[in-house]
Every structure is written in C-alpha cells, then in structure tokens.
Write a protein that binds this ligand. Structure first.
Ligand SMILES: Nc1ncnc2c1ncn2[C@@H]1O[C@H](COP(=O)(O)OP(=O)(O)OP(=O)(O)O)[C@@H](O)[C@H]1O
Length: 828
C-alpha cells in the first residue's frame, strides 16, 4: 500500500502532490500572473469602450464617414482625421456597438469589463458578477429593443437603439403592430421575475469570508472564465460546484409532510374538537437551492466564531503570500468533485405511506386516557394531540391538586387500557406546562430518507458536521450537529434499526461534506454492515498505512487503529499548540489564510470514527479498546475527532462508566429491558419503543422521541457508487502508525525495558502474586486482548520474571516475592 509515514497529514500532502491541481508550489504563482494580466487586459478594454462610447456620443456624426472606411484604410490610414478620443479604432468600435448593433444599451458592457477586471486582478467582487453577467446579457438586447421601438416611432437618432433594436422593431411592428411593445415589455417582466426567483438575494451560506473571496457563482461566469482563466486557478468556488441532476429541483410530493394537531379543550364539558394545524410548509425550492455543496466560503464559514487576529498581528510575509496566491483552498485537490444528488434516493408514494391516524382513533385514545385517569381519581382540564409519524403525543393538563408522579406511575395501566404498544409517559413537557403521553399509531408512517435529506432545513443548515436522523413526533425534520454533540452512543436490540440509523448519519454527512473536509474510520466487527462504504475509500475513509482494507473488521486491527487515532489526536494538539489555536476551526482558518507554515502544518479534515458493534470489541479486547475510546471521547472534540459508537448490548460491562461519562449524547432504539434503557439513557422508556427506527435521543437533560428515516441498502449503494466513481485521492487518508503497531513486532530478545508495555508492572505483580505464569490470567484480570497479553508475557520472560513457554503447563514464575519484584522493577 502507500508509503509508511508517521504523520497522516504529511502523507496526504505527499500523495496529493502528484495529482493535485491546487498544488501550491508548482503552479499558483504562474496562474496568478496569468489571471492578473487577463484582468489588466479587461480593464484596458473597459477603458477603451468608455472613451470610445462617450466620445462617440459627442462626435459620432462627425466621424461617420471615417468609420465606414475599409479595413485596409484602417490599417494604413493613420492620417484619417477622427474626433473620437480613442482614435479610429475607438470610432469604429463605438460605431459597431452604438450604431450597428445594440445602441446605447451597449454601455452596460463597460461595468461588466471593469468588474471582471477587478475580480481577476484583485479577487474582489462587488455584488455577484455571475448574476450581473446574466442580467447584462439580457438587458443589452432588451433595452435595444425598447429603444428601437422609440426610435422607430419617433424617428430619433439611430444610435439610441442600434441596428438590432431598429430592425427587430421594424419586423415586430410588421407582425404585431403596437402590440410589439407589450410583448417586449412582457418578456422583460418574465425575465426579471424568473431571474430573481432563481437567484434569490444571497443567503447566509453564500457569503464569502473576508473580502478576498468571490461569492457563489450561478455557473454562467464559469463558462466565460473558461475562456481566459486556467482551470487550475481554482480559488473560485465555482470550480467545486456540484452539478446536481435536474430531478432535484422538481416539486417533490414525497417531501410533503403534515403536522396535524388535534386539540380537545374542556374535555368534560365541551364536545370534542379536532383543530387541524396548517401543514408544515415543505420544499418547493428552486433547483439551485437544492445543491449540497461546500464551497471555499463554506469551509471558511466553518471557521465562524474563530477568533480572527487583528491585521497588525498578521505576519507581513504571510500577508504577501495571501495577496499573491489567494487563500489556501482545501477543496482544490478534487476540484471536479460533485456532491451526490437527491435523485439517488428512492421516491416513495408519500400519500400511501403518510400518517394514517384517523379522527376516530384520536377520539378513542383520548377517551380512554381520560377514562383511565378518571378511574384513578385524576381529573383533566385539557387534552391536545400532536400526530407524529410513529406516535401521537397527547398532552394533558391535569386539574389542580393532581400530583405529576401519580400520572407517571400509571404508564402500564394506560398501555393496558389503550391496548397499544409504545405508551410512554414523558412527565412534565419541558417548557409547556403539560404532561405528555405518547401512544403508538395503529398505522405508522415510514419516513423516507429523501424527505429528510431533501428537506430545506437540512439543506440550509451550515453545521460543521450536520446529521439528520429523521422526524420528531411533531413531524419536524430533526437536524443536529455531530461536532457539538460531540460524540454519539447508540444502542438498540437487534433488528430495531441501528444499522439504518448509522447509515443515515453517514449518508447525511456524505451529502453535506466534501472529501477534503471529512474522513471516516469505519469499524465493522460484523463485517457486512458497513462494507458498502468500501467504494468511497479514496474519498472519505481513513486507515492505517499498512491496512489492506480501509474498513476495519478485524478486532486486532481495531486496537491499533484506536491507538493510531489517539496519536493523530496528540499530533493535532501539537499543531494547534504551535499555531496558537484553541480548536480545529481556528486552526483551519489560519491555514486557509496562509498564516501557518505548510511544511509544519496542514489543513485538518474532521474525522468521524464509527464503531458498529462495541460489545464485540469490549469482550474480545477489553481495556485495550475502552481506554483509547474513553481518551478520544474526553479529549478529541476540539481537534475535530468525533465518535459514533453503536452496540446491541447496552449492558454495564459494555457501556462502562468511563465510556458513558464521555458520551453526553446517547441514542436508543428499542431495547429489551428497563435496565438496558437505564444503562443507555439513564431513564426508562427505550424498552417501550415500537421498533423499526423508533428511538429516543438523550442530549444532556432532555430526551426526545424521533422516528429514524429509512435509508435502504440500494440507496446507500447508489450514494457510494456515485462518489466512488469520481476522481479520488491516491489512497485513503493515512493515520500515523500506532505505538502498539510499532512495538508489536518486538521479539523477546529485543526487549527494551524503557519501552515496555504500559501494563508491564501491573502484569508482573499479578503473576508474582498468583505465582502463575499464564497469559489468560493477564488477559482476564487486566481485561486485555489475547495479543496484548501474549506480548506482555513475552516481555515478562525477557525480563526474567517468568520462565520460557512450557507447552500445556503454565510458565514457571522466576520471581518469588513482591519485594524481589520491586527490586527487579527498580533496576529495569
Ligand atoms: N427507520 C426505519 N423505518 C422503517 N423500517 C426500518 C427502519 N429502521 C429499520 N427498519 C426495519 O428494520 C430492519 C432491521 O433494521 P437494522 O438492520 O437497522 O437493524 P439493526 O438494529 O442494525 O439489527 P442488527 O443489530 O441485527 O444488525 C430493516 O431491515 C428494516 O426493515
């Protein structure tokens, strides 16, 4: 595989150097010069147009005969007397534009040339150049037509509308008479309306950071630029624009969602009334708004909140480089990368799968709740229902004097009388002054992944690591930032939707992140769950330098990978310290602004470690896995390493205190017992869920119920194929070699006391105490994996604490007392 190196970021740079278009050393200065001179050329043309147009407006008639001269005369005729301040050429240019073609509206070309020059020379953009270009290209002929009409009707100077305006009006007038002006005006209005609908006022996510970056392109300028800007000069984020399939923009019935709220007021006195809440407004969004893209500006937006140093602190050299080369563009390595489109996701007949909770079901449930509570002497003054995809939430306001605990203790009785699964009493609803009772719907709604990933809420969110899991019980799309969680622990009995949940998290990130900004480490002891993601190895995966496969299925490799990730964490902290930054955002921002030495620093992508089955790992490798996971969970958030760990066995020996304490965000699908629910959520309730993606998410003190969206295997496959078929990096992102790996090959004879295993002393004491030289004793008592315990016993042998391997018998223990051992250890 790839070369062995010790620092992943360095490896990445090494690999990219051959193919990178954004290679800093080889081309940028050349292409920047080219760009600058093209800008100068544009400025000169702009100036020439300005002078020739304006002096032609003053002296045009006087120059008329000269401009009609032949081309030969033009070359030879330096003595032809012209009044135009730009000479004969100026007079001819003005004549061409003003008289022969578009008339006075050609003046609009002048700002276009100057703005382009400004962008090319100084990377400054006033407004949105692409938008101007489109508009000017429309308005020039359109104004020419309008002016042509006036010229035609009132016999005004021809140069007002130009030849185009005049002759087009002549033809139009013949065809339509005076109606022609209305047709022209109508075309203008249609253009204005369509244009502003398709190019709404730049939204928050379009802004560019600093004045140096251009704003988002609508793509027109790409084509214009192609003619005169080298493609590699890809500081402009146009180059990274994903090209989304047309389906993305169409009205999507499947995205329609309903939020129905039924209210039962005054239950005992008034007839039941169900008030339909207005439908939640869903996505009829113009095509370009559906782009899943990260632009340089977005990567820079990632650094929002980062402390920007005052100018006087900026190293002047760095400033020069910045001015010369522009900001570093992390996306330039894969400039043609296209984000997956929404059309890869299956479109379900939403009408068929929509919530089918009938009015009768609502009324029946409400009556049963009221009746059951009445039976226990609890009066209710108000009851409201909110219909979700899987459950309906009944919020009740008990009459004065009723204790909340009295209601919460009736969960089982309510479940019995409602004859429904999934009855969960929430107790007091946070901030609402009501008590919530969730009851599973008879017919549940499947939430298609397309509806959540295609939702406006998800598309528009600009979190660092945006994930969408599904819908809340009030039918809202749930979007969260994994970077803020900052790690997620998932549990759920087998078959309850964990793998689908993990796929949702991965798919969300794949839809929103560029390969340069995110890497996954996938640990899949079940071997088949995450194998589809193999295809995106060279885009999104990270692994050890000597790994045969980027997805880790072998438990032994997991330990090495976790240790390596810890090392990556330490290296990142060193870099942050050296750069004087507090977190990855600040650091990357500094790197983009070229204030960090590229020989020592590099752009750091986020790393998300996904473990599909923790139980397997803990049971086979014990503390060897637990220790690095806990360490990463404690420390890694600031340097952009985040963990998503799933298990089907939420027992205390798997989700240990250390792990739990470091995972504030915990997600539970249905589990088998209240105890399991308490282990994962510190609350009961997960045992009452109804399965198939029904889940509870606990973040701090709040627990919310969600219905996970359903992402099917073919959909994940389509996303991975789409990404995998594009140009990727030369290899997966390489993690540094782990210490365990480095010492792994150590033979008995090479025992280096200063480099002994961290559990060496503990193991030695254990062996001496039990007077039993057994690997399995070390494995059991120290909760280590077999390999590690074997290595320890080899080291103990080399240190003459135990004797050599004796076949089926345990090794002889050569040190007979703890005092003797202390002496030996002191001398090591
Ligand atoms: N969000 C969902 N919506 C609808 N159906 C779902 C959802 N999640 C899971 N299911 C159904 O449940 C089945 C099992 O889901 P999944 O494979 O994710 O379970 P799991 O918890 O990973 O199980 P295991 O631990 O055995 O791998 C799926 O094949 C699917 O039919």
């Amino acid at each position: 595989m790839a070369k062995k190196i010790t620092e992943s970021s360095a490896a990445l740079q090494l690999n990219f150097e051959q193919e990178s278009k954004g290679n800093q050393e080889s081309t940028p200065s050349k292409s920047n010069q080219f760009r600058f001179f093209t800008g100068v050329f544009f400025a000169i043309i702009g100036l020439l147009l300005t002078v020739s147009f304006f002096s032609s407006l003053l002296y045009g008639i006087a120059d008329q005969s000269e401009v009609d001269a032949s081309a030969l005369e033009l070359i030879e005729g330096s003595d032809i007397p012209v009044k135009n301040m730009a000479g004969l050429i100026g007079a001819r240019i003005a004549h061409f534009f003003l008289f022969k073609t578009f008339g006075i509206s050609s003046i609009l070309l002048i700002p276009l040339f100057f703005l382009s020059a400004l962008k090319l020379m100084f990377r400054k953009e006033i407004g949105n150049l692409n938008s101007y270009t489109w508009q000017i290209l429309f308005y020039i002929p359109w104004f020419s037509l309008i002016c042509g009409f006036i010229v035609y009707q009132f016999d005004l100077p021809h140069s007002l509308g130009g030849g185009f305006g005049y002759f087009a009006n002549e033809k139009l007038h013949q065809l339509l008479g005076y109606l022609s002006i209305f047709v022209t005006a109508f075309v203008g209005v249609v253009f204005i309306v369509l244009f502003y609908q398709l190019n709404p006022v730049p939204a928050k996510n379009r802004k560019s950071v600093g004045s140096a970056l251009p704003s988002e392109s609508s793509g027109v300028y790409d084509d214009l630029e192609d003619d005169f800007i080298e493609r590699e000069d890809s500081e402009d984020e146009e180059n990274f624009r994903p090209h989304l399939p047309p389906e993305l923009g169409k009205n999507d019935d499947s995205l329609e969602e309903e939020d129905t709220l039924g209210t039962f007021d005054e239950v005992e006195t008034t007839p039941l009334e169900i008030v339909e809440e207005p439908e939640v407004e869903v996505e009829n969004v113009p095509e370009e708004d559906l782009d899943f893209q990260v632009t340089v500006a977005d990567v820079k937006d990632d650094a929002e909140g980062a402390v920007v140093e005052p100018l006087d602190e900026i190293d002047s050299k760095a400033n020069d480089i910045l001015a010369q080369m522009g900001p570093y563009d992390p996306l330039a390595d894969l400039p043609k990368y296209k984000y997956p489109g929404i059309d890869l996701l299956k479109e379900y007949d939403q009408k068929a799968s929509a919530t089918q909770v009938t009015k009768d079901e609502l009324i029946e449930n409400k009556e049963r709740i009221v009746e059951t509570l009445n039976n226990y002497g609890i009066g209710i003054s108000k009851i409201e229902a909110t219909i979700g995809p899987t459950v309906t939430l009944y919020e009740i306001v008990p009459k004065a004097g009723v204790r909340v605990s009295k209601i919460t203790s009736l969960e089982d009785d309510l479940a019995l009388s409602l004859a429904a699964m999934g009855v969960r009493i929430i107790g007091q609803m946070p901030g609402r002054g009501t008590i919530g009772i969730e009851v599973a719907n008879k017919n549940r709604e499947m939430v298609p992944v397309r509806a959540v990933i295609g939702s406006e809420k998800f598309r528009n969110c600009n979190f660092d690591l945006p994930i969408t899991l599904g819908k809340t019980i009030s039918n809202e799309i749930f979007v969260a930032d994994l970077a803020k969680m900052p790690h997620l622990l998932m549990a759920g009995a087998t078959g309850q939707g964990k793998s689908v949940g993990l796929n949702m998290i991965l798919a969300s990130l794949l839809y929103k992140k560029h390969p340069a900004t995110l890497k996954f480490i996938l640990v899949d002891p079940k071997k088949v769950e995450l194998s589809l993601f193999n295809k995106i190895e060279r885009h999104f995966l990270a692994c050890l330098p000597d790994a045969e496969e980027a997805i880790i299925t072998d438990t032994k490799k997991v330990v090495a990978t976790l240790n390596s990730l810890c090392k990556e964490m330490d290296l990142r902290y060193d870099k942050l310290k050296d750069a004087g930054c507090r977190n990855i955002k600040e650091y990357n921002q500094k790197f983009i602004n070229r204030r960090l030495d590229p020989n020592k620093h590099s752009f750091l992508p986020y790393i998300v470690l996904v473990i599909d089955e923790l139980a397997d790992l803990i049971l086979t490798a014990g503390r060897e896995v637990e220790h690095p996971i806990a360490r990463l969970a404690q420390l890694a958030r600031a340097i952009g390493i985040h963990l998503v760990v799933a298990t089907q066995r939420p027992s205390v020996n798997v989700i240990t205190g250390t792990i739990k304490a470091n995972f504030p965000a915990r997600l539970s699908f249905k589990v088998m017992s209240k105890i399991d629910s308490r282990t994962i959520l510190d609350a009961s309730g997960a045992d009452q869920l109804v399965g198939m993606g029904d889940m509870l998410l606990s973040m701090g003190s709040e627990i919310i119920r969600l219905q996970c969206a359903f992402v099917d295997t073919p959909e994940v496959e389509a996303i991975c194929d789409y990404i995998g078929n594009q140009q990727g990096y030369q290899s997966a992102y390489l993690l540094p070699e782990s210490e365990a790996e480095e010492t792994g090959g150590q033979e008995r004879g090479d025992f280096d006391p200063s480099n002994r295993d961290q559990y060496f002393d503990e193991a030695a004491r254990l062996i001496v105490m039990h007077q039993q030289g057994s690997t399995s004793l070390i494995q059991r008592k120290l909760k280590l994996g077999y390999n590690r315990a074997g290595r320890l016993i080899d080291q103990l042998e080399a240190a003459k604490i135990v004797g050599p391997f004796g076949g089926s018998k345990a090794r002889e223990v050569l040190v007979k007392s703890e005092d003797e051992l202390d002496e030996l250890l002191k001398n090591l």
